[in-house]
Design a protein around this ligand. Structure first.
Ligand code: B16
Ligand code: MG
Length: 217
């Protein structure tokens, strides 16, 4: 039986991927190399520091740790600027309805995000009150695909991993869920999320009844 749902943030509940992309692209522009939307796919679900390493690899640059810290801060300052004006219109289709349905069915709800800016996004979009526990990049020491973020979420909710379902849009996040001993629902394309137990295009295609039918154990 399912007692808890754990949600990734970017790409599952809100579309912040576009702001991450613009902010990384501006950094690549500053550094003088092209950075496409296709390149950006590699950064999804990946921590800020690891994202910068991938970006620099794409640009063929090797920089020291101080310089990398400066660039990561610069990207983040721009990203924070973009998300500061977010509102509830940027909640992805079906997300709010499904969060409410979880509550109505006494299914506990936690956030499991890699982002250190998760609280700003949840507060600006009005999503904060829908969560029983919030675990984000400020609470974790290991990034997805490490299962830490989801294990901390289950612990905070007091639910065993086998009774948790994770909703994720990134390959690394699905792997983290599997390693945590949880069931996973991929949000996006089966081409990239084939490792998930089921894959749906968006939370619009999800209902608590569907979840219960899919996962009866
Ligand atoms: P920040 P998620 C992830 O959030 C994003 O998908 C990823 O693109 C980003 O680099 C990472 O958070 C860190 O975000 O720079 O705000 O700390 O998908 O795990 O909710
Ligand atoms: Mg994500």
């Amino acid at each position: 039986t399912i007692h808890a749902c754990l949600f990734d943030l970017d790409g599952v509940l809100v579309d912040t991927a576009k702001y991450h992309y613009i902010a990384w692209k501006e950094l690549a522009d500053d550094l003088g190399f092209p950075f496409t939307e296709q390149d950006n796919e590699r950064l999804k679900g990946v921590s800020r520091a690891a994202s910068l390493d991938i970006l620099l690899e794409i640009g063929g640059l090797t920089l020291d740790e101080n310089e990398k810290a400066r660039l990561a801060d610069k990207k983040n300052a721009r990203y924070v600027e973009y998300i500061s004006s977010m509102d509830s219109s940027e909640i992805l289709p079906g997300a709010l309805q499904f969060l409410m349905e979880c509550r109505q069915n006494s299914i506990k709800v936690a956030l499991g995000s890699a982002s250190k800016n998760a609280m700003t996004i949840l507060n600006n979009t009005g999503l904060t009150p829908y969560f029983d526990a919030i675990i984000d990049g400020t609470h974790t020491s290991a990034a997805k695909p490490d299962p830490e973020v989801f294990l901390l979420g289950a612990k905070a909710l007091g639910v065993e991993p086998e009774h948790c379902v994770v909703f994720e849009d990134a390959e690394a996040g699905i792997e983290a869920a599997t390693r945590a001993g949880m069931t996973s629902v991929g949000i996006g394309s089966p081409a990239t999320l084939g490792a998930a137990n089921i894959v749906i295009p968006s939370l619009q295609e999800m209902k608590v009844s569907t979840l219960r039918e899919s996962f009866t154990s």
